[in-house]
Design a protein around this ligand. Structure first.
Ligand SMILES: N=CN[C@@H](CCC(=O)O)C(=O)O
Ligand SMILES: [Zn+2]
Length: 420
């Protein structure tokens, strides 16, 4: 027996995905989408979709009159599982301290590591679930979450177990990444710690089968290119697809490494060169740009238009972490437009279809085409342009995950009745 989970109909603008020529969007005015057994069964003009799938027969009938309907956001880079509070570091950065100064003093990642090692599994899980709630209310239906605040086998495994439990419990799909090589822990030398990641942590992670990707912070003063390569190659041998934090604070060759090892993505890329971009395009590695991080650091933004113009499928993520405390893909997309030069349509694709590529998802995730997961964000606004336009405002009204309504606004929505 198939179930008609949901029909969302009468949308002022329904975005099915990128246009066929990959320029602009495929949209329908007075559009609808029908979801059967968790998957998009039909998308198009309301009259056509509802003739085959009458809303009155659906478990969830959503009248989207005057509203835009877009694919749920895919956030392909976060460190959303942590404990502790680093707001004082934000204030210190405003007074002129650098991210590296803070790390060198035992703050930053190392401070979060101390807090996470002290936190029990229950606390960590409730922290992550609360963040997922906020992300979902902002329209995110799939999110990647990294370990990397344990930096020892026991705590890295604890983090991955929590990520796995959150995926089971919460409507948001949580994609697990092992990042034992996120920083060199206090009291260790980088070479010895690299060996511990490869010889102790990775075999333990492999035996539990609870990670899909392996990431490394390839950065001046953190892990060199050759140490990063050791970790990623051992990760690949353990069945984990590589990802690389590359050229964030300095240019040391992490992008070329990502291309060499066939990574799913190379992320940050603030200092990537034209040659680096070409290498990513040739190796089909998705660049993930993180404008919220540059915003918080007061750093120059990655040049998104250079990636686009050289043929890359640019993805955008929040990088939500204690150093970049934003759950909102909408805010990241605003920055991608205003500070990085993407159009609203390109930014939306970067936060949906291209973000799904960064997670190696080829099932239509990030679109509302037939066969794609039924993950939908209904906006309290008439077009996708309002996502970047209403910066700092959550324009997401109702969210469906696999055809079920999983988030509704807590207030009466007047926006839907607003006249242009
Ligand atoms: N750059 C390395 N890792 C994180 C920051 C993590 C932290 O500061 O806690 C990032 O991607 O921005
Ligand atoms: Zn990161």
């Amino acid at each position: 027996m198939t179930a008609l989970d949901a029909v969302v109909y009468g949308a002022a603008e329904l975005v099915a995905g990128p246009a066929a020529d990959d320029r602009g969007l495929e949209t329908y005015a007075d559009g609808a989408v029908a979801i059967v057994d968790g998957t998009v069964a039909a998308v198009g003009p309301t009259a056509d979709v509802t003739a085959e799938y009458p809303p009155e027969n659906a478990n969830h009938a959503v009248d989207a009159d005057g509203q835009a309907v877009v694919p749920g956001f895919v956030d392909p880079h976060t460190h959303a599982l942590f404990a502790g509070d680093r707001s004082d570091e934000f204030a210190a950065k405003l007074r002129g301290k650098s991210y590296q100064d803070i790390l060198a003093e035992g703050g930053g990642i190392l401070r979060t590591v101390r807090a996470v090692r002290e936190a029990d599994e229950e606390t960590l899980l409730s922290n992550l679930l609360a963040h997922l709630d906020t992300m979902l209310a902002h329209g995110t239906t799939t999110v990647e979450v990294k370990s990397g605040y344990g930096l020892d086998t026991e705590t890295e495994l604890r983090m991955l177990r929590v990520i796995d439990s959150a995926d089971d419990i919460h409507p948001v799909d949580v994609v697990p990444t092992f990042m034992g090589a996120h920083a060199v822990p206090e009291g260790w030398d980088a070479d010895d710690y690299t060996a511990a990641v490869v010889d102790e942590q990775l075999p333990a992670v492999e035996s539990q089968g609870i990670a899909e990707f392996c990431d490394v912070f390839c950065e001046e003063g953190v892990f060199s290119v050759s140490q990063s390569r050791r970790v990623l190659e051992a990760g690949a041998a353990a069945g984990l697809t590589p990802k690389v934090h590359a050229e964030e604070l300095a240019h040391i060759g992490g992008t070329q490494l990502a291309a060499d090892v066939g990574a799913a993505s190379a992320d940050h890329l603030l200092h990537a060169t034209g040659e680096d971009i070409d290498a990513l395009v040739d190796a089909a590695v998705t660049p993930v740009l993180l404008p919220g991080t540059a915003f918080g650091l007061g750093a120059a933004y990655a040049d998104a238009t250079a990636f686009r113009d050289r043929g890359a499928s640019v993805a955008v993520a929040t990088d939500f972490n204690p150093n970049c405390h934003s759950h909102s893909m909408g805010f990241a997309l605003s920055l991608a437009c205003v500070e990085m030069g993407l159009t609203p349509a390109e930014a939306l694709v970067a936060g949906t279809k291209h973000a799904a590529l960064a997670l190696d998802r080829a099932d239509g995730l990030g679109t509302l085409r037939e066969g794609a997961p039924g993950d939908v964000a209904v906006l309290a606004a008439p077009s996708h342009v309002h996502i970047p336009y209403q910066y700092g405002t959550n324009v997401v009204d109702t969210v469906l995950k696999g055809g079920s309504v999983v988030s509704t606004p807590t207030h009466e929505s007047y926006a839907r009745d607003m006249q242009p």
